[in-house]
Design a protein around this ligand. Sequence first.
Ligand code: HXC
Length: 259
Amino acid sequence: ATHKYILTEINDKVGIIRLNRPKALNALCNDLFTELNESLKDLDSNDQIGAIVLTGSDRAFAAGADIKEMQDKNMVESYTRELLGHWTEQILKLKKPLIAAVNGYALGGGCELAMMCDIIYAGEKAVFGQPEINLGTIPGAGGTQRLVRAVGKSKAMEMILTGTVNLSAQEACSAGLVSGVYPVDKVLEKAIETAKIISSKGLPSVMMAKEAVNTSFELPLSSGLQFERRLFQTTFGTKDQKEGMSAFAEKRKPKFTNE
Ligand code: HXC
């Protein structure tokens, strides 16, 4: 499909999606998100793909939800039509890993979109912030929930309540929000490299590992540990586990077949 607001590419076993609405700093309008959801769904169900990378431009990963599109909405239609509900329709269902390569602004919904990804890499000039309070509203796609878990309460409160305290790439890295900081022209490369490493593993175990980590946010520890152990035991039903362990014993590289 040809898209207006995103560019897609397949590199080896990695699907790459680039947000491409430069005039509005990748503000996440409805149509952009619809295209993003479609493309994520296609890549997630494509057997040739092992991981997905999401990026923006050097200037902006995304400067947030589209303010001009939202400004005249009223409360009743926002509530009854679940304003921006479709943001999480696809992303949270993805079974394959989604890696964000963030350059420039990741503000508001842009920061929230990055936080919906499984791994975030940041370019040196990346800026993470939740400025919604300046617009008379609050974060609506996970900012008050995921940011707290990523950087702790005091920093999250400071960012969300002031709308002016942002995190630099380095600060985001020290706080644990992102995995690493790279030169602007290297961050996408790094994300693709990681996606390729992940794609070389057995897909069922990659998916189970992702599911188990995400479940840690939902369950009390004892239930999470039990869920993890059940999935661990389930991997023994795969050929990949037999292959992985015999390759180790035979001192050779494993060749996973996703079975
Ligand atoms: C619509 C936006 C936009 C946005 C930028 N633009 N951000 N349009 N929605 N979120 C547009 C500008 O209007 C402008 O269009 C063009 O992009 C370039 O932006 P400038 O402001 O001229 O660039 P600059 O001076 O470099 O400032 C960059 C910026 C600033 C600091 C990022 O654009 C900014 O503050 N943007 C808004 C950030 C924000 O508040 N995000 C949170 C949104 S609310 P024109 O036509 O004038 O050239 C949100 C809620 C999420 O995300 C809820 C999820 C459920």
